[in-house]
Design a protein around this ligand. Structure first.
Ligand code: ADP
Ligand code: MG
Length: 231
């Protein structure tokens, strides 16, 4: 594994971590669960106390893109003892799964109440420009690829159509006792992501996965931005 081709293949892509990515989408007007980075179990405990329980711990590392696959996400922490334990076992799990990963720290963030999970994304096509994606989260996107896509800039009507044309649209309309989701706010978010992509030509990809959608409002619990290489 020491030839040039392999080296370039392993060059880390220009991904921003969750903290940086959420700052960008927050500035664009989206609501996020804000992570605060910590460097020790005791620091994580003191941040958790300020944040208020329940909290979520996540690994912060440029080398780890899919955090939960690596043991890098723990939800449902209700007190300082469980935060301290989760911190230490997360570091151990990451060291085991990714011995070479550089760990910048462990972030602490409030746990959002359960909602309907949706995904908002953007991929910049070299020819057509930013393509905005909307889909339902979890297995629906992974197995059924139930997503809709439009090229930016989006008008409100485009955003409304993107939501309505999903095969799983019913799940947003109050399904089996679940509340009807605030689709107006999801339209707003699609328009804001469209604007963000139009105004930031260096942003190559954005993945907000998942967004928790509620009867009123929505919150992004994870986000990832890919920037264009400088060279
Ligand atoms: P990754 O996609 O890198 O594996 P996520 O940050 O998306 O990691 O976390 C994995 C899952 O954990 C999410 O899909 C969500 O269900 C849950 N989760 C993550 N952060 C929160 C949070 N702040 N509040 C509630 N649930 C969360
Ligand atoms: Mg995610």
């Amino acid at each position: 594994m020491d030839n040039k081709a392999d080296e370039s293949y392993h060059t880390p892509a220009n991904f921003l971590n969750e903290l940086e990515s959420k700052q960008i989408i927050k500035r664009a007007g989206l609501t996020v669960t804000e992570p605060i980075i910590t460097k020790s179990p005791s620091e994580a405990i003191s941040i958790a106390q300020k944040t208020g329980y329940p909290v979520v711990l996540k690994v912060v590392s440029e080398d780890i893109i899919h955090k939960s696959d690596s043991g890098g996400v723990v939800t449902g922490l209700m007190n300082s003892e469980s935060v301290g334990q989760a911190y230490s076992s997360m570091i151990a799990a990451i060291k085991q799964n990714h011995p070479d990963a550089v760990i910048d720290g462990i972030s602490v963030q409030p746990q959002a109440p359960p909602g309907v999970e949706v995904i908002i994304g953007m991929t910049r096509d070299p020819q057509f420009g930013p393509a905005i994606m909307f889909g339902l989260g979890g297995v629906l996107v992974e197995i059924f690829k139930d997503v809709s896509i439009r090229i930016a800039p989006l008008a409100r009507e485009d955003a409304a159509e993107m939501i309505r044309e999903l095969k799983g649209y019913k799940l947003l309309q109050g399904y089996r006792g679940k509340p009807k989701v605030d689709t107006d706010i999801l339209e707003d978010w699609l328009l804001k992501v469209s604007e963000l992509a139009m105004n930031n030509p260096r942003m190559m990809e954005l993945d907000i996965n998942p967004v928790f959608a509620y009867a009123k409002g929505a919150i992004a619990v994870d986000a990832r931005v890919l920037l264009k290489d400088d060279n």
